[in-house]
Structure formats: C-alpha cells, structure tokens
Design a protein around this ligand. Structure first.
Ligand code: 2HG
Ligand code: ZN
Length: 471
C-alpha cells in the first residue's frame, strides 16, 4: 500500500493523492447514498500523461481503477464495491482534467477536458454563440468525461440526441498506459473503428477518458415553456404528439406524475402550477427555430395542438424557470423523502400506459415499507420514452422491486437500463435487453482492451456464468 501511494504521489504530486479515510469515503459513496464501497485512496491527475502514469502504477500493483467524474451517477458505476480496505481499488478522479479550449467557430466544435462540468461547457459555448446539446439537472457537477462514459441523455435528447450524438473525438488512456487520441473532429473522417463511440457508454470499463472533441449547436432561443395537466401518461403522450405535429423546434418534453408533483411542491415549497389537479403533467419547451422570425407564431401554432384550457405558458426567462422547477427539482425532492429505489428504463411510446399500469401492481406487490405504503413516483423524458421510476419504502437491500420494474420494461419491448447506464445496479439484468451474442461480443472487447480487468470491475458486465464456461 505504501509503495502504491508513493508511486501515485510521484505521478501527480503529493497534494493530489488523498488517503484520509473520511475523505476517501466521500468519493466512495454515490450521490444517492445507496451505493458505497471501499477505496484505498483518491488520485486526481492533472493531465493525460499523469493519468497514464497513474494507470501504469496501478497496473504494476494489480490495483483496480475506478474512474470518476462528478460522481452524479445513480447506478453505482462511479464508486467501488464494498470490500476489505486492502487491496481496495484506487478512485481516479477526473476533476483536475479541466482544460477547455477556445471554441472552433469554423467547425462549431470545442475540445474539453474530461473534468469540465456540463455547466462550464454551456457557459463557454454560449459565450461563443453556440449551445452544447446535452443538458441535465446535475449540470453543475456532472462532467464531460462522466457523461460520455454513461452516454448521458438529459432533457434535450429529443432534439439533439444523447451524448453519443455530440461526440466528434476523444483522448483516452488504455489499461497498458497507452494513449489513444483523435481530436481532429473530421466529420468526413472514416478510417477504421470509431474508438470514441466505442468508449461512449462503456462506463469506465475500457479506458479513462481525459479529453473530448464535442460538436456544438446553434443557440436557438427559447420560444415558450408550457405545463399542461393530463389524465395520465397516455394522454400526456397524445398531447405531446399533437404539440410535435403543430410546432417545430421541440427542445424538451418531460412528464411528471401526480405523486412527483406533490412531492416537489412539498419539498421545494412551490405553489400549485395549475388551477386544477391532474394525474399527470407534461412540460414542453419550444425553441425558435427561426430566431429572426416572429416569436408569436409559435404560440399561434400551439393552438393547433388543442392544449387543455388551463395550460400554463411562459415566455419570459423567470416564468420558464418557474415551470421547469417542478421537473428539475424532483430528484432532490425525492432525496428528502428517503433513499429511493431508482429504476431508469426506456419504454416504447405505445406501451407507456400499459407499463405504468403494471408498475402500480409491481409496487403494490412489493408491500409497504417501515413507514407505510411504498411511494411510487414516475417522471422523465417522455419525448424519448425514458422514464425514471422511483420507489420509496421497500428495504434497500432487497432489489426485488428494482428487478421487477426492469423486467416489466423489458416485457413491454423496452430497455432495463436507459440513460443512467448499467453501473453495478443492473449487471444481472443486461441479458433482458441485450442478446447472448451481444454480451459475448462485449466481453471480447473488454478482454482485448483490459485483459487484467483493471478498470471498474463489477460494472456493466455481469460476472461470467461458470456453468457456461468449457472448463
Ligand atoms: C433526471 O432526469 C435525472 O432528472 C435523475 O436523470 C432521475 O432522479 C432520477 O431518478
Ligand atoms: Zn433523466
């Protein structure tokens, strides 16, 4: 242990290796407090070459590496597993990899260090007259590297796609300490495997990302944010389809159920958004696809969508932020009510209603928690069929309710894991969504790039089935 610490200190400078147990425990616990593990220390390299030195040192000592960005993940993918203090993994924090180059206006791209936060990237892009296509409530902590590693989606996926769609190149350090880097951002460059895309969504199991070349978008000023009440998720999906058909430039389409709205109002002290209470709420943001054109044209077109008469519509910054608060503050509101079971799934639009009906059954079957009946909150990015199911009450050690929700999503033709990734939480469910051949191919990629299993052991891939091995 002492020799490893000495080697890491030599790689980064002593100030950037933290081994005090309290400090390490903070990094080894995830945002939800549901996942907490054991790490021997936290190392924060300041450059790609320091990352390479750290990885070589860890490889030489046979010590696993847990890459970590803002530690805002919700499936345990950025923290180690519980275990003995030694030999425990090293957490490699990307927080010091913050270099942000000037925006390349000609290509509409920027090169950012993996530790740049999404909020910093937004500010930087906006100052140059652009927008970054991924946005999410954890923007002040979530990092470029972490969002690539999880292929994060967020609130603008409906318009710009997930992180994968923003990525034009990457620098990363492989398990042998070698550096792969292609930051040219050449849209027309097609020469072999796209390693940047391979690492997107690999959840720190293949390499440590240190820099990224990112595509930026035109800014598209906001035209309006609306919040409409609906009789449930199916009606919200129908209303969304009408809005989509009537108005161009849908930037976000989010759903919050009645339980979620009640909780966020209670925790954040927000007034009722509409004169009537509803079973579900659709929040949509429209952009001005023609910034020079008449802003009111968007509202005129909205009339074609036959919105409920008491829909709240805001066009000024304050009013739009006030409507967004009902959605954006929901995760923190849930955290005030307890540590939830969080199950992030994707479901085809046509199945949303049946899935939500099944959910209520699943939660009823899970039984009450110590403080009364289990609470079910459903919200998320309805425009892309991505729902965040939160259940508060059932014992956290019991993952049956989590698995039942994920199985239900798969049974409705959806995915047991969506924008939050697989992490440690969902490895056993991968086979519900991906075929045996796909998982075998993933194992081959892992074995080729990380033969010793140095990076993020226990994340993404289920442990091999001993019954399936020839020996
Ligand atoms: C969001 O969309 C995040 O706000 C968090 O993905 C979801 O808290 C959750 O379950
Ligand atoms: Zn989300």
């Amino acid at each position: 242990m002492r020799k490893l610490l000495a080697d890491l200190r030599a790689a980064t400078g002593p100030a950037h290796v933290l081994a005090e147990p309290d400090v390490v425990a903070g990094y080894a616990t995830d945002w939800t407090r549901r996942y907490a593990g054991t790490a021997s220390c936290v190392v924060s390299p300041g450059s790609t070459s320091e990352v390479a030195d750290v990885i070589r040192a860890c490889a030489a000592h046979g010590t696993p590496v847990i890459p970590q960005g803002g530690n805002t993940g919700l499936v345990g993918g950025s923290v180690p597993a519980p275990g003995p203090a030694w030999p425990a993994p090293v957490i490699l924090s990307a927080r010091r990899l913050t270099g942000l180059e000037p925006v390349d206006v000609a290509s509409g791209q920027v090169t950012a260090g993996a530790g740049t936060t999404i909020a910093q990237l937004h500010g930087h892009a906006a100052a140059a007259g652009f927008r970054y296509g991924v946005d999410l409530a954890s923007r002040d902590s979530a990092t470029v590297g972490g969002t690539i590693a999880t292929n994060a989606g967020g609130i603008h996926t409906i318009r710009y796609g997930p992180t994968r769609s923003q990525l034009a190149g990457i620098t990363a350090v492989l398990a042998d300490g070698s550096v792969i880097s292609n930051l040219s951002g050449l849209t027309a460059g097609s020469a072999g495997y796209d390693l940047a895309q391979l690492l997107t969504g690999s959840e720190g199991t293949l390499a440590v990302i240190t820099q990224a070349r990112l595509r930026l978008r035109d800014p598209e000023p906001a035209a309006a944010v609306l919040l409409a009440g609906t009789a449930g998720i199916a009606q919200a999906a129908d209303l969304l389809a009408r809005i989509r058909a009537a108005v161009p430039g849908l930037l976000a389409a989010e759903y919050v159920d009645a339980a979620g709205l009640a909780l966020v109002r209670e925790a954040a002290g927000l007034p009722a958004p509409l004169p009537t209470a509803y079973q579900g709420y659709l929040l949509a943001e429209l952009t001005r696809t023609d910034p020079a054109g008449d802003a009111d044209i968007y509202l005129q077109r909205l009339a074609l969508a036959a919105l409920p008469p008491d829909t709240a519509i805001a066009q000024d910054a304050g009013g739009m932020a006030a409507l967004w608060a009902y959605r954006e503050r929901l995760t923190e509101a849930i955290a005030t009510a307890g540590i939830p079971h969080k199950i992030d799934v994707a479901v085809p639009a046509s199945e949303l209603d049946a899935f939500c009906a099944g959910l209520r059954e699943v939660v009823r079957a899970a039984g009450p928690g110590p403080d009364g009946p289990a609470r079910l909150i459903v919200f998320g990015h309805i425009g892309v069929g991505n729902l965040h199911v939160n259940v508060i009450g059932p014992d956290l050690a019991d993952t049956e309710v989590d698995a039942a929700v994920a199985r239900l999503a798969a049974a409705h033709g959806g995915s047991a894991a969506a924008e939050h990734g697989v992490g440690r939480a969902k490895t056993g469910w991968l086979g519900w969504t991906r075929s045996a051949a796909e998982i075998a191919a993933m194992r081959s990629v892992k074995a080729a790039l990380d033969p010793a299993g140095l990076f993020n052991p226990g994340v993404l891939l289920p442990p091999p089935d001993p019954a399936a091995s020839p020996g």
